[in-house]
Design a protein around this ligand. Structure first.
Ligand code: AMP
Length: 420
């Protein structure tokens, strides 16, 4: 019988590399927790209708990439392909917006599912850390979120990333621009699918990566030249706040992103060491989404950062991440009685907050020392028969090889002090 493999487009996080994922999740969310964002967790699946309305009927995500299922009870559900629609649904359902305390600031972290063609950096199951600031129209919030993301990447040690910035206008100025763009696009030589897209979602055509299309797009009308006075002023405010914070950005008037709900500010972080799947995070303002979901007007802004691609980007730059809770001390018993005594010491160490491990499985001294070295621990705590009789254990610095006896009954205090 053959063994099982992870489903196509997915992969397992396995030690030691999995530690980098934990560190990245922690690193991407730490700045949010310091900025007043509260943690939210929503189900891994939602009604199909939520995403159809929230993400957009004409988007690739909804038309091609959703994992949908019909339950035995007849409900149409989808594994969540993104986080914003769910978070807004949950906030509305819990009436968070009615507390008189806007914006509602939330952050989340979890798994997302899209039926995509697999390649490096593009998976069918991936992980995001996200943030949403719901219910206020303030350029300082757009700037806050962008700064928090840029600072999070920097704090993790990432350097070769760029921030692309655009404004998509609002319901006052976008319809006029959309019509102008459509007129331009209808005059081009495009295939049938793309012509259909021109009618349903013309902005998306600007994002076409094919050379044959790109060539024809030179001279296409751009949203930035059609912004109304309010949108233009709003965008200037966001930019000046980013400037003041020292966050560097590039204007990308073609940045449209793959979800329909965006208005005004849109942005994407790209990394130059990742090849074609270069977006490590992105987001923007979505002032109309709440109403699209049947809620009140709640202008909001948010982002989602890709954990998988951030790990790949760190690897591409050769940046290591700090291993959380790496083993501090590894206990090496020789003989049955020592095993029992050291089991007690390890338990006590853990209760005192020291990361400790033990050689299991009746290993001899040589193999147990190998395990100690592999564990990455700073110290080995060795207990032989003679030591046991003397009431001491040998504390060995695995970096320098230096070994000193410590009294067994004071071993916990001694090790804790040494590890600081
Ligand atoms: P999006 O909502 O599509 O803008 O996604 C936000 C971020 O999630 C992207 O910038 C990527 O870093 C990450 N991401 C999106 N789709 C995938 C995928 N299929 N595989 C891996 N990461 C993804």
């Amino acid at each position: 019988m053959s063994t099982f493999q992870a489903p196509k487009g997915t992969y397992d996080l396995i030690p030691p590399r999995s530690a980098a994922f934990l560190a990245v999740r922690e690193g991407l969310s730490a700045p949010l927790r310091r900025a007043g964002y509260g943690y939210i967790e929503t189900p891994g699946f939602e009604s199909v209708e939520l995403f159809a309305r929230g993400v957009g009927e004409s988007t690739d995500i909804v038309t091609k990439e959703m994992y949908t299922l019909t339950t035995k009870g007849g409900d149409e559900l989808a594994l969540r392909p993104e986080g914003t629609a769910s978070v807004l649904r949950a906030a509305l359902e819990a009436n968070l917006h009615k507390g008189g305390n806007l914006p509602v600031k939330l952050w989340y972290s979890g798994s997302y599912y899209r039926y995509e063609r697999q390649q490096k950096g593009r998976y069918r199951h991936f992980s995001q850390v996200g943030a949403e600031a719901i219910g206020s129209e303030d350029p300082a919030l757009d700037a806050e979120l962008i700064i928090l993301a840029a600072d999070a990447y920097r704090a993790l040690g990432l350097r070769d990333f760029r921030l692309l910035l655009n404004s998509l206008g609002d319901r006052a100025c976008r319809p006029g621009y959309r019509a102008t763009l459509q007129e331009f696009l209808r005059g081009l030589d495009l295939d049938e699918d793309t012509r259909a897209r021109v009618e349903i979602n013309p902005l998306r055509v600007l994002d076409d990566k094919r050379e044959s299309v790109r060539r024809q797009l030179t001279g296409a009308p751009l949203m930035r030249d059609h912004l109304c006075a309010e949108c233009a002023a709003y965008h200037r405010r966001v930019r000046s706040l980013l400037d003041a914070a020292g966050v560097v950005y590039e204007d990308d008037p073609r940045l449209v992103r793959g979800l329909d709900y965006y208005t005004r500010t849109t942005f994407e972080f790209v990394h130059d060491g990742l090849g074609s799947q270069s977006a490590i995070g992105g987001g923007g303002r979505y002032d109309g989404l709440s109403e699209m979901l049947g809620g009140p007007a709640l202008p909001s802004v948010g982002w989602a950062l890709g954990v998988d691609r951030t790990v790949l980007a760190l690897e591409a730059e050769g940046v290591g991440t700090e291993v959380p809770d790496g083993t501090g001390v590894f206990a090496v018993p020789v003989g049955e009685e020592a095993r029992e005594v050291l089991f007690g010491v390890v338990t006590a160490l853990r209760r005192e907050g020291v990361a400790a491990d033990l050689a299991y499985g009746g290993k001899g001294l040589k193999n147990a020392m190998k395990s100690a070295n592999r564990s990455g621990a700073r110290y080995a705590l060795i207990l032989g028969e003679r030591d046991l009789a003397d009431g001491v254990a040998q504390l060995k610095d695995l970096g320098t090889g230096e070994q000193t006896p410590v009294p067994l009954d004071g071993a916990v205090t001694e090790v804790r002090a040494k590890l600081g």
